[in-house]
Design a protein around this ligand. Structure first.
Ligand code: ATP
Length: 333
């Protein structure tokens, strides 16, 4: 109900919405509308309420709040339920537990803070409280297990596009799973699944977006940034989360229908960091790679399976995610 009230007020913009219009739209009593508005005020929402005019939304608190995210989502989009937590071990781990218990596709788990945030291969993901977006979407795709890694690319594209729409920064994607601003990582994506040989029980797509974080621990300073650090402006985290999920949902539906990524290849490649430039491909851990574990080549773009095409020794090779890490010629990007 709170999500629907917020959505109705948001849709009206600068206009007032009368109490009776809200009652009619939501099919509830005036008393119920009034009680919910009072509860929202208690949480820090500000409304203008003119006598006889009704309500107008002035501002929302900076908090990841389910009804607030829902109010930014299209009614017929992929996300049908948002569960917001103050603290969780990892939104992916929590979403997997929900999925194991039969949670349907389209539930979004969001947290203000992760105590055991994870990157690929179990790496630690820095997850401080109250400034970023940590979220995981539960999916039950009708896709072969080999196609699930493609969802990471769809998520990267959705995040890059949502950022580009809402913030004036240059954004790029470092294949396959990192979104980059000013040469540093602003977001990571972790896709996991439960499957049988030919059947996916569920997939979860986790996204950690550095939104309003004002600084990073020393070991990440050369490699991580936030949208706030790049622009000096605080961003509406709920709106960013909702826009990302909306874009992802549309890409995902198309991917499920077509079974390959051809519809997004041109757009993804426009965002691709190092396109037509030299990259280093690490077969194994970057940190302790031996000379023979590293090859260099020119990155050309992704193909419809999501592999990175790299020209090496005069031949185009398909680099498949999961087995390698890609770096720029002289650094991370
Ligand atoms: P690869 O290119 O192989 O994916 P990666 O370093 O990007 O390597 P990820 O699993 O995507 O690996 O992310 C985990 C790494 O990201 C961590 O080892 C750490 O270096 C870095 N990291 C951790 N927390 C953050 C954060 N909040 N923002 C940006 N980078 C982070």
């Amino acid at each position: 109900m709170k999500g629907k009230i917020l959505r109705a007020l948001r849709e009206a913009g600068q206009e007032y919405v009368s109490g009776s219009a809200l009652c009619e739209k939501l099919g509830v009593s005036r008393q119920a509308v009034w009680k919910n508005i009072a509860a929202l005020k208690e949480m820090g929402y500000e409304f203008a309420a003119g006598s006889n005019k009704g309500y107008r939304l002035i501002s929302a608190p900076d908090r990841l709040y389910g009804p607030e995210i829902e109010s930014h989502l299209p009614e017929d989009g992929i996300c049908q339920r948002v569960e917001c937590l103050d603290r969780v071990d990892s939104t992916n781990s929590y979403a997997k537990r929900l999925a194991e218990q039969g949670e349907p596709e389209g539930t979004l788990v969001v947290a203000e803070r992760q105590t055991a945030g994870r990157g690929r291969r179990g790496r630690h993901w820095e997850s401080p409280e109250g400034v970023n977006v940590f979220m995981t979407l539960i999916l039950r795709p009708e896709l072969h297990p080999s196609r699930i890694s493609g969802m990471t690319l769809l998520a990267a594209l959705a995040i890059a596009k949502a950022i580009q729409e809402m913030v004036s920064v240059d954004v790029a994607i470092k294949w396959p799973n990192d979104v980059i601003v000013a040469g540093k990582k602003v977001c990571g994506i972790l896709t996991e699944m439960s499957s049988e040989e030919n059947f996916v029980h569920y997939g979860v797509v986790g996204m950690g977006i550095n939104v309003n974080q004002a600084g990073f621990p020393e070991e990440l300073q050369g490699k991580a940034t936030s949208l706030f650090l790049e622009t000096g402006e605080k961003l509406d985290r709920c709106a960013l989360a909702a826009r990302t999920v909306t874009l992802f949902g549309a890409y995902y539906r198309q991917y499920e229908r077509e079974g390959n990524l051809s519809a997004i290849v041109p757009e993804y490649n426009r965002f691709l960091a190092n396109r037509d430039r030299e990259v280093r491909v690490y077969y194994g851990m970057v940190e302790d790679a031996a000379e023979e574990d590293v090859r260099t080549g020119i990155a050309r773009g992704i193909d419809r399976e999501g592999a990175l095409l790299v020209e090496m020794d005069g031949r185009e090779e398909r680099i498949v995610s999961g087995e390698v890490s890609v770096r720029g010629k002289d650094g991370y990007v």
